[in-house]
Design a protein around this ligand. Structure first.
Ligand SMILES: NC(=O)c1ccc[n+]([C@@H]2O[C@H](COP(=O)([O-])OP(=O)(O)OC[C@H]3O[C@@H](n4cnc5c(N)ncnc54)[C@H](OP(=O)(O)O)[C@@H]3O)[C@@H](O)[C@H]2O)c1
Length: 599
């Protein structure tokens, strides 16, 4: 397949798993000679099966005792793997990798992994400083969790340059002797040692693995590699691959869905995170997490696997939601939406989606299982053009912060819940004050007021259109003046240079709304208007919610001005999204409690 061919979109997961290839159906194999060409077509890996047969010949030629009936040998391997796979799929195993120079550190990390909910650990023996085999023996006998013993020949940590292969073989043999649960062999060593290990093992499962630097942009190439790994006769195959874009993870899901052997796949790097978080939906029997505070790109922390995502509950029917953003690490969405799904008994998972190109992302992950998205920086405006239909408010704002895939026809519908969230939060705060002053009016308390808006990005646009729709007058200050002017034109407002903001005071009773990133972490010392000049305002709203109590809000409170925080807006926009995601569910008290506890 040409590498330039576009990636097909991800298939739906269905209850009726794609039929396994019927092993009886291939045409009779010709006599085994090195030059034989075989063409067989079947509907999973397409041309890959052709490569599989060629590889099987190669293996059988290398192992003459297995040469007598290649066809039945192939069948035997496939069927034994399938039954193994079924056994594993009953429970999701959560693993963490332990890389340490000393045995003591490894033992300590193992204890910590256990506390954090790991089911097993991968002990990377190659990371230990030069050791005696007796030390490894001690470590393996001391293990407090089931283990994968691995010894990568070419890992960065490997200090055994010269006799690496021998050391590796010694370690693998020892692990088999000690009946360690899983023994992992590098693919390049597999043919040399797998028969011996298989014969000697009692209960150990053999994993054959490959670590790929360049990644796979198409499922066929990844399929080819898996077929090569499978041809070793391993119980389990494993691929660790780097990915450049989140869309490169789609082939991982394809192979998880269609593989006929238990397979572990990890897409490495920040953009590979969903390979672990969504792996269980596609049939992964094992996922990896990171230990403690040590952040490893592409791995969710062990504690979040157990407490936030609860991957044990993820299955083929789980609907996928997430926040499409770049960067995405700061998003609090997963901490809120995942517990809310569970609270409502809704089978959904909400994950961070580090997306570079939203159009490409939506094209590749186009199945109905990817049911809805929160849209964050910098995609809110470009998301409009990616939707099949856009709600009229979002259209006039020109920014979409929520996309829902309509279940009936799979069409993407764009909404903006930011607008309603910030406007109702401001209205409620003003009304509350009116009520305590004995002033009750039917019109919006925003009507007729002068809204001083800082920022003309996605949040700024939402607030400007919302304020305008409630009858406010809007004046916009933005770092990029042209952007301020363009927004001012759209809401029949006024744009002024940001340098004039601090001293701006044409009248009393104004509302100040910061919808810029000023004051957001890490620049928490910044504020758009000096404390003294905040006295000109009746209410101050800050969209920034990291930190929760910004300098702007603190100083506004200090001079006696009513404030509305970005957290309140966050809760309301998230509630709006949750209703759209779940077709109406809104556990408001619960979600409020989660936000206030966690943020
Ligand atoms: N509470 C909530 O639920 C909620 C929802 C959405 C957004 N927010 C917050 O609102 C803020 C803006 O988000 P957004 O979605 O509108 O982002 P956006 O579309 O990227 O717009 C960013 C805005 O901030 C301005 N800006 C960025 N850095 C600045 C700086 N150093 N000095 C002055 N202005 C600066 C930009 O000005 P230029 O045009 O000159 O670049 C632009 O107006 C963020 O802090 C975000 O976390 C909160």
């Amino acid at each position: 397949m040409s590498p330039s061919r576009p990636l097909p979109s991800l298939p739906e997961t269905t209850h009726t798993t794609t039929p396994l290839p019927t092993l009886a159906s291939p045409p009779p194999l010709p006599p085994p000679t090195a030059t034989t060409n075989i063409t067989i077509i079947y509907n999973h890996f397409g041309c890959d099966i052709q490569i599989l047969i060629v590889l099987q010949w190669a293996k059988n030629i290398k192992n003459p005792k297995r040469n007598s009936n290649p066809s039945s040998h192939f069948s035997y391997h496939i069927s034994s793997h399938i039954s193994g796979k079924m056994g594993f799929r009953n429970k999701l195993l959560v693993c963490t990798t332990i890389v340490s120079e000393t045995r003591d550190e490894m033992v300590k990390s193992m204890e910590k992994a256990k506390e954090e909910g790991a089911d097993l650990v991968e002990l990377c023996i190659d990371s230990m400083s030069p050791f005696h085999l007796s030390e490894v023996e001690h470590l393996l006998k001391q293990r407090t969790l089931p283990a994968i013993v691995s010894f990568r020949l070419n890992s960065q940590k490997n200090s055994y340059k010269g006799d690496s292969k021998n050391k590796c073989l010694q370690v693998l043999r020892l692990a088999i002797e000690l009946d360690v649960e899983f023994v992992e062999i590098d693919f390049e060593l597999a043919f040399d040692v797998i028969d011996e290990l298989m014969q000697k093992r009692e209960n150990s499962k053999i994993i054959v693995s490959s670590h790929v630097k360049s990644g796979f942009r198409c499922k066929e190439k990844l399929g080819n590699l898996l077929v090569c790994l499978q041809s070793t006769g391993a119980d389990i195959i494993k691929v660790v691959t780097e990915v450049a874009y989140i869309t490169d993870v789609a082939p991982v899901f394809h192979v998880l869905t269609h593989s006929h052997v238990p397979v572990i796949v990890r897409a490495v790097g920040d953009r590979g995170l969903i390979s672990q978080l969504l792996g269980p939906k596609y049939g992964a029997f094992m996922v990896y997490g990171s230990l403690g505070d040590k952040s490893i790109p592409g791995l969710p922390p062990l504690l979040s696997i157990k407490n936030v995502y609860k991957l044990d509950n993820v299955d083929i029917d789980t609907k996928v939601f997430g926040v499409v953003s770049n960067p995405v690490g700061h998003s609090k969405g997963p901490l809120l939406h995942n517990p809310a799904f569970r609270y409502c008994n809704y089978n959904g998972i909400y994950v961070p989606l580090l997306v570079d190109n939203i159009k490409e992302f939506l094209r590749v992950f186009s199945c109905t299982d990817f049911a809805g998205f929160s849209i964050g920086l910098p995609h809110k405006e470009s998301a409009v053009a990616c939707c099949d239909e856009v709600d009229s408010l979002a259209k006039s704002i020109g920014a979409v912060n929520t996309i829902v895939r309509r279940p009936t026809d799979g069409k993407l519908i764009g909404y903006n819940t930011d607008c309603d969230a910030c406007i109702t939060a401001i209205e409620d705060a003003l009304r509350e004050r009116q009520v305590s002053n004995g002033d009750v009016a039917n019109v919006s308390p925003i009507a007729g007021r002068l809204f001083v808006l800082v920022g003309a990005g996605g949040a700024g646009r939402a607030l400007a259109f919302g304020a305008k729709s409630k009858g406010a007058r809007v004046v916009i200050f933005n770092r990029n003046f042209e952007r301020a002017e363009s927004l001012a034109r759209a809401v029949s407002g006024e744009a002024l240079p940001i340098e004039q903001l601090d001293a701006y005071c044409p009248e009393n009773g104004m509302i100040l709304a910061n919808c810029s990133a000023i004051g957001m972490e890490p620049d928490v010392h910044l504020t758009p208007v000096s404390k003294e000049n905040l006295r000109s305002y009746d209410l101050v709203f800050d969209a920034v919610y990291t930190p929760r109590n910004t300098r702007l809000l603190q100083e506004a409170v200090e001079v006696g001005v009513t404030v509305v925080s970005g957290v309140e807006m966050f809760i309301r926009q998230a509630l709006g999204q949750f209703r759209l995601f779940t077709n109406g569910l809104a556990p408001e008290d619960f979600m409020r409690k989660v936000v206030l506890e966690q943020f």
